[in-house]
Design a protein around this ligand. Structure first.
Ligand SMILES: Nc1ncnc2c1ncn2[C@@H]1O[C@H](COP(=O)(O)OP(=O)(O)OP(=O)(O)O)[C@@H](O)[C@H]1O
Length: 396
């Protein structure tokens, strides 16, 4: 078990693609850590560079006390599980699990006992004589994990560990993986492009873009307080509402609505300043009746998500004329096709409106965020993040 520390880690592929750009990251001993981001952001390159399968172009990787930057994969004491599991098709499950022990020249007797123990732990004892082709996807995944575990490495590296499983098996495997990691307590880094998977599994998440890290935090932190609009748009099963706004005294003008300034923005914004107002659809309450000052608009789409619906409202976004010309009061702004923006709100079962209805949406206290030039305007202290409740609104 070990911490992993990366300093100014850079990887430039032949041809000039800068897949990792002077990246700094610390992963704690025993942590279950997710690398998350869109395709091409450098997740797999980072994992492979920790494993030693890619050679860093600059910077360093430390595992525990050791600088492993120049070491080959076999000398790093890490085990990697590949997306396609990379099992040997001609070998039995037993031989697949024992393979790395054989490479390490572990004697036959302890090889046998370690293989049996690991198989037992992963519920594979009854399958030891089968070949990979005779196993289900979930069983193959467990064999790949067993092969990685048999050597008791300091670090597990998992590349999209659940992506080859169908939706139901994936949920099962998720629970299994989380329990296993907790029991073993081995520092584990996994790559995923699925934000729901990262939120559900990880102790902490690094959200990456273009070879850099845009935010590192617990699932609660990245969900509730995305550090920038990139993370705000990427995390969450429905993206955060991000709407143009203007500071108006101690209020915020969003379209024609006047909202209270978020608590932690007091003293950090100036009157008249243009910012982006962010609020998650889960943290807005829908009202079919007038709420003075609230955001209001026409319901355009109602999507049924099971126990809740996602309601999209078309909200007038343009507040520029409101104070200066009084044109808004005449309704001329609408007729002239004033800018509109879409605001989404999660509505519980039974309260869904119909398309064409007029609705009002009210932010829950403490959930509104402000972004200046794409960066969160905040006091930054994570202590300000309310403690997560059981059954938090993070959906997966
Ligand atoms: N062997 C290579 N040679 C040249 N460029 C590469 C190589 N491997 C990856 N790249 C480039 O490096 C960047 C990062 O790729 P990487 O595979 O690390 O991204 P990723 O976040 O894992 O993406 P995905 O989710 O699609 O797997 C991409 O622009 C990719 O095209």
């Amino acid at each position: 078990m070990s911490a992993i520390t990366m300093r100014e880690l850079t990887k430039v592929y032949p041809g000039g693609v800068r897949a990792l750009d002077a990246l700094d990251l610390e992963i704690a001993d025993g942590e279950f850590f997710a690398l998350l981001g869109p395709s091409g952001c450098g997740k797999t390159t980072l994992l492979r560079t920790i494993a030693g399968l890619e050679v860093a172009s600059g910077g360093s990787v430390r595992i525990g006390e050791r600088d492993v930057t120049g070491l080959p994969p076999g000398k790093r004491d890490v085990a990697m599980v590949f997306q396609d599991y990379a099992l040997f098709p001609h070998m039995t499950v037993r031989d697949n699990i024992a393979y790395p022990l054989r490479i390490k020249k572990v004697d036959r007797r302890s090889r046998g006992s370690k293989t049996a123990d690991t198989a037992e732990e992963l519920d594979l004892s009854g399958l030891l004589e089968r070949r990979p082709g005779q196993l289900s996807g979930g069983q193959q995944q467990r064999v790949a994990l067993a092969r990685a575990m048999a050597c008791h490495p300091q670090v597990f590296l998992l590349d999209e560990p659940l992506s080859n499983l169908d939706a139901r098996l994936r949920l099962e495997a998720r629970t299994f993986l989380k329990r296993l990691q907790r029991e073993l307590g081995v520092t584990t880094v996994f790559v995923t492009h699925d934000q729901a998977e990262a939120l559900a599994l990880a102790d902490r998440i690094a959200v990456m873009e273009g070879g850099r890290i845009r935010q590192v935090g617990t699932p609660t932190e990245v969900f509730r307080r995305p550090a920038n609009t990139f993370v705000a748009g990427f995390i969450g099963s429905t993206p955060m509402n991000l709407v143009d706004a203007r500071v108006h005294g101690d209020e915020l003008a969003v379209g024609r609505a006047r909202l209270p300034l978020p608590d932690d923005s007091h003293g950090r914004v100036t009157d008249g300043e243009r910012l982006v107002y962010g609020i998650r659809p889960e943290y807005l309450d829908y009202s079919p009746t007038v709420v003075p000052g609230a955001l209001t608009g026409e319901v355009v789409v109602v999507e049924n998500l099971g126990s809740v619906s996602l309601v999209s409202l078309d909200v007038p976004a343009d507040d520029t004329g409101a104070d200066d010309s009084g044109a808004d009061d005449s309704g001329a702004g609408d007729a002239a096709g004033a800018e509109r923006t879409s605001v989404q709100v999660v509505v519980p079962e039974g309260g869904e409106p119909e398309p064409g209805d007029t609705g009002w949406v009210v932010p829950r206290p403490g959930r509104s965020l402000l972004y200046r030039d794409g960066t969160l305007v905040t006091a930054t202290a994570t202590a300000e993040v309310p403690a997560p409740r059981a059954g938090t609104a993070v959906r997966s």
